[in-house]
Design a protein. Sequence first.
Length: 313
Amino acid sequence: MSKIVIALGGNALGKTPSEQLQLLDKVAKIIVKLVKDGNKIVLTHGNGPQVGQISLAMEYSSHSDSGTPMMPFPECGSMSQGYIGYQMQQSIQDELVRQKISRNCVTLITQVLVDAKDSAFQNPTKPIGLFYSEKEAMEIGKEKGYRFVEDAGRGYRRVVPSPIPKDIIEKNVIKLLVDNNSIVIAVGGGGIPVVKANNKELLEGVEAVIDKDRSASLLGKLIDADILLILTAVDKVYLNYNTENQVALDELNVAEAEKYISEGHFAKGSMLPKIEACIDFVKDSDKKIAIISSLERASDAINEKTGTVIKRR
């Protein structure tokens, strides 16, 4: 039996609530199979498309005649945690009922502590929201003051600061729940970024999006998970990805992964943060493993039949 933290990308959840529900039916089957195999599961997820849509909708509404107030970005993040978590939780609960398994599933609104002096606040890099053409991005950027970047050949997306997670405020609750065999959905969208205001213990939300893989890695360490499973669009990590010379990687140690990073093999907006999160998870323990694979092959990846396995050495 393993304690597994699973990180699921926000782009894998579709563009609309109805599309998301359909896709989550597949996610639920995979999660429940892992539960049936005796594993304890904490499920995290991205929210890039969803929080971007919520933010745009709230901004549009606030500029209409409806009198809707402008919604701060941290609150938009909490909304995305709530609605994604609700659908994810319900889908898993329904699958548990179908398979006659008695197990609690709960979504926890989660705050993640960041450093107010993190340099990311001066250099926004985290893509959120919809994909746009270059022309559309330039027009929106000029109108709203947003910064856009080209995202891995898929189009242009708005970028916001992405500070490094330092602590997870609700870590003790998450650990208590999962150790008591609850399926926990937490740290949605990387968590709601908060800082300690005025050097005190009081928390205050900030406008940013924390990389969900980094937060999943930190959570895994804080709750003493055995496995970090990052689910993405590909079955394995590749060198020279999407070229005629691409090479699949079955297993990496930390030294090899760091070497490939220094050689520039992994794109900043896609695979690089996943590799870095895996390194951070395994670097202090020979007993922990991290795996990067596709959603469809999650069960095989846990059994090391596919995916890229990353270990300390």
